[in-house]
Design a binder for this molecule. Structure first.
Ligand code: SDX
Length: 423
């Protein structure tokens, strides 16, 4: 008999097996309370495992992040985004032949139906690009209704590679629409990240070739953003998928969750924060404001990491690599000073608040000439690989069922209707 948790309550008792640090919550129902069978109350699912997954491992205390067991630092140094996408979705690094087939399949699907561009272009030019991307991704289901056949392995694979291929195109077209430039179509002469940059920034040149140092920096950022286990948006993707939804509908919802300033929207919020601070001499005043609860130090803190986010370390290095090409952004000095103060100030250290993935990434995006409104789009594009892997794992998990949590009801009970004249 393994480790067990015994709970007694009045005449009731249960002995629940502890497996991998958890007990099955349904075991608690054996304890009957005046309000019914015992359940747990866990706002934000802070201490609740909702899935079993073998995709991404995080040790928040030690600051460890591994994709299918490979340290993200090694993948950032040696791999490519499409190779990492293969790893996340298939579970192992591909052979050279497998990678070649995979790249061809994904790149074959980079074109987007013209009607989908009209979905994006039907929105205001100055609409936030995340709203345009969410609309574009969700609309993909209407172009590929076979995606609804989620129990067909061929349809699942076909729509995973379609989504991976089309995400950069949808993102780039959302950006081009906001600046009033004509759409640039995918080029088979460029790799995944170079092609994305070309669709974003090509003007009149016949073929846009980005600086390899900058496209490599973006590739590293893509690798670092590819997955992060059961974060808010992934939880949303899985919840929507749990109702037997296709990958486009599920990931469209994921884009919406990532849009939130506490989640993927933080990278955009960090740049706004650095600009509001404006100069080194105003950093102490801003930090005092954070400590008095007037503001949050965006790009700091994490539900899981109570140590330095390993991605932030790699991104910090990539900032120097990019600035060696583009010149240093003066906001970097403010970010470094903020980090120095926060890492030595008891308010932050006592709450174990460290830089997260969003703290430095915006500085690179700005150096690559992206407007802040595009920063979260740059998070959503690579995170699609993780969402796809998590969607697939959820669809194939025999233990999964439709997401439908309980509630603690705090409202009124049993009231009779009152005519409006008597209210
Ligand atoms: C991402 O989950 C993921 O994996 C997400 C992500 C991914 O790859 O998918 O890693 C990407 O979303 C990174 C996080 C980006 N968000 C930000 O940088 C926004 C700023 N950070 C926070 O708002 C906050 O840290 C969260 C939302 C990230 C985590 O919040 P928690 O775990 O719910 O913690 P909390 O809000 O309960 O805070 C605990 C304490 C509170 O103080 P007290 O009430 O105890 O006095 O820490 C304080 C908070 O006020 N706190 C902060 C803070 N973050 C937490 N105080 C100032 N500045 C902050 N950034």
């Amino acid at each position: 008999m393994g480790d067990t948790l015994t709970i007694t309550h009045g005449d009731d008792s249960l002995s629940a097996e502890i497996s991998q640090g958890t007990i099955r919550a349904t075991e608690l129902k054996k304890i009957v309370t005046p309000d019914g069978p015992l359940a747990t109350y866990d706002p934000g699912l802070v201490n609740t495992a909702s899935v079993k997954s073998s995709i991404t491992y995080i040790d928040g205390e030690a600051g460890i992040l591994e994709y299918r067991g490979y340290p993200v630092e090694q993948l950032a140094e040696h791999s490519t985004f499409l190779e990492v996408a293969y790893l996340l979705i298939h579970g192992d690094l591909p052979t050279a032949d497998q990678l070649a087939v995979w790249e061809d399949e994904v790149n074959h699907h980079r074109l987007v139906h013209e009607n989908a561009s009209q979905v994006i272009e039907s929105l205001r030019y100055d609409a936030h690009p995340m709203g345009k991307l969410m609309s574009g991704v969700a609309s993909m289901q209407t172009f590929y209704p076979d995606a609804r056949n989620i129990n067909d392995p061929v349809a699942r694979h076909e729509n995973i590679v379609r989504l991976l291929g089309k995400m950069p195109t949808l993102a780039a077209w959302a950006y081009r629409h906001s600046v009033g430039w004509r759409r640039v179509y995918p080029s088979d002469e460029l790799n995944y990240v170079e092609n994305f940059l070309a669709m974003l920034f090509q003007m009149q040149e016949r073929l846009y070739r980005p600086d390899p140092r900058l496209s490599r920096a973006l590739e590293v950022l893509f690798i670092l953003h590819a997955d992060h286990e059961q974060n808010c948006s992934t939880n949303v993707v899985r919840a929507v998928a749990s109702a037997d939804n296709d990958i486009y509908t599920s990931c469209g919802a994921g884009v919406g969750a990532l849009f939130g300033p506490l989640h993927g929207g933080a990278n955009e919020a960090v740049l706004r924060m650095l600009r509001e601070i404006g100069s080194l001499d105003r950093v102490p005043e801003f930090v005092a404001g954070v400590k008095s609860g007037k503001a949050r130090l965006m790009g700091f803190g994490h539900r899981v990491y109570k140590n330095y986010d390993p991605r932030a370390k790699v991104i910090r290095q990539a900032v120097d690599d990019v600035f060696s090409v583009t010149g240093v952004n003066p906001l970097l000095q403010i970010a470094v000073e903020l980090e120095k103060i926060a890492l030595s100030d008891e308010y932050f250290t006592s709450r174990r608040l460290y830089p997260n993935v969003d703290f430095y990434s915006g500085l690179i995006y700005e150096a690559l000439h992206f407007p802040p409104a595009m920063f979260t789009v740059l998070f959503a594009v690579p995170r699609t690989a993780g969402w796809a892997a998590q969607w697939l794992e959820g669809v194939l998990d025999p233990e999964q069922k439709i997401t439908r949590p309980k509630q603690i009801y705090t409202g009124e009970r049993r009231r009779d209707y009152v005519n409006i004249d008597n209210r």
